[in-house]
Design a protein around this ligand. Structure first.
Ligand SMILES: Cc1cc2nc3c(=O)[nH]c(=O)nc-3n(C[C@H](O)[C@H](O)[C@H](O)COP(=O)(O)OP(=O)(O)OC[C@H]3O[C@@H](n4cnc5c(N)ncnc54)[C@H](O)[C@@H]3O)c2cc1C
Length: 382
């Protein structure tokens, strides 16, 4: 049952109990959540009650002190249900680690227990209408005023934006800094802070149950105590933590590919044309064999990458490769699997249609695949 060579019996048990929980609490509700364009907060509380939120956090803050292997399992099992559950992975493995790594003792005591129980839902707000890939060029500002920062600006495409209670906002604190990335900081803005408003729930091509929204800050008065890490060091923190974010996205793409292959194999075996199952045609077999091969390659690459990441090695190039290649592969597989479903693949009641809509964004967010290639090229000395 172990999926990776580094999995031990307790990991398998954890995976089994999470899968059982999701089969009861998420699978039957998922379609409704897609219609509602939202996962209810009550589901987050259930995840918290079961210990599935931020299990890596130290026990003294209410966590379980587990390693990233458990994060891998949570991310994979969530993706198996549906791609919209990636907001949970964003909370567990992307946003909360900033608090753990750079937060003060007071911030950890104040925020981490709520993040673990599901009372608090986090988001990270980097992207703006005028700056996505070019992150250093953001225009949201935070100007120090006594023991507060006055924040002004707008963020967009923010995952968990509607549900979030705590948003880690990327702001400019040194407006004159050259190069620009040296003037960036991370500020935690809490729901209810005057001047902070949530915009509309964005209408997306896919990921329908995930709430993605705009956020506005208008003379928003944030306590200086909410600065996470040191002032003007935000960009360095982002570059460090974005590696795990990209790995999480690559893992999800791999699971999506595996899921699509599995459902397509089932379909082609049962669907008949010209007196035989579609699976008997050589074209079908070759397509499925090619996909299965790419999936095996992806899994082996990920396995070694997870190990290197956990060992604290420099994985920047390999993570960027995994992120672009696995998401591009999943995109390609989604089209081929839809094709093998014929017209039924284009119908909403078939899961392949949802996968087809959900996967393209993985090549865009967490740093677009083009940006991944620029990182690799630079590190190749080009
Ligand atoms: C569903 C969804 C959820 C998201 N969640 C979050 C979130 O939680 N938090 C957050 O901060 N952001 C989030 N994002 C934003 C996402 O990270 C950005 O959309 C992404 O970084 C790309 O930025 P952009 O949209 O401004 O595109 P642009 O930067 O305008 O890029 C447009 C195109 O130009 C290409 N391009 C840009 N620069 C280069 C270059 N140097 N070389 C070659 N090609 C280049 C890009 O690859 C892309 O193809 C989300 C986006 C989506 C769609």
């Amino acid at each position: 049952m172990a999926r990776y060579r580094f999995e031990e019996e307790e990991h398998t048990m954890f995976r089994k109990s999470l899968r059982k929980f999701l089969e009861k609490e998420a699978v039957p509700q998922y379609e409704q959540w897609e219609k509602d364009r939202l996962i209810p907060k009550s589901f987050w509380r259930k995840l918290g009650d079961m210990g599935f939120l931020c299990p890596q956090v130290e026990e003294r803050y209410g966590g379980l002190g587990l390693d990233f292997r458990y994060g891998v399992i949570i991310g994979e099992e969530m993706e198996r249900v549906g791609a919209s559950l990636t907001g949970v992975g964003l909370h567990n493995d992307i946003t909360v680690p900033y608090i753990e790594a750079y937060g003060t003792e007071q911030q950890k005591q104040e925020w981490l227990p709520g993040c673990i129980s599901g009372e608090y839902i986090t988001a990270i707000a980097m992207t703006e209408p005028g700056a996505g890939s070019d992150l250093a060029n953001i225009s949201a500002t935070a100007v120090k005023d006594g023991d507060h920062y006055i924040v002004n600006g707008q963020k967009t495409f923010i995952t968990n934006g509607i549900n979030s209670t705590h948003v880690l906002v990327v702001v400019k604190t040194d407006l004159k800094a050259e190069p620009k990335h040296k003037g960036i900081s991370l500020l935690m803005v809490e729901e209810g802070t005057p001047g902070f408003t949530k915009g509309r729930k964005l209408d997306k091509v896919g990921l329908h149950a995930q709430d993605t929204s705009e956020l506005y800050f208008e003379d928003c008065k944030v306590p200086a105590a909410n600065l996470v890490g040191e002032e003007n060091k935000g960009f360095t923190y982002l570059m460090e933590k974005l590696q795990q974010e990209r790995l999480v996205v690559a893992l999800a793409a791999q699971i999506a590919s595996e899921d699509m292959l599995e459902m397509t194999i089932d379909y082609v075996k049962s669907r008949k044309a010209f007196g035989k199952p579609i699976s008997a045609f050589q074209n079908t077999q070759f397509k499925l064999v090619e996909m299965a091969t790419e999936i095996e390659l992806g899994k082996a690459f990920l396995e070694s990458l997870i190990e290197e990441h956990m060992a604290g090695k420099d994985v920047v190039s390999k993570v960027s490769m995994a992120k672009y290649w696995l998401t591009d592969t999943a995109k390609k597989i989604s089209g081929e699997c839809m094709q093998l479903h014929g017209g039924y693949g284009y119908m909403e009641e078939y899961k392949i249609a949802r996968r087809y809509r959900d996967i393209p964004v993985a090549a865009i967010y967490a740093g677009s695949n083009e940006i991944m290639k620029t990182i690799i090229a630079k590190r190749m000395g080009l």
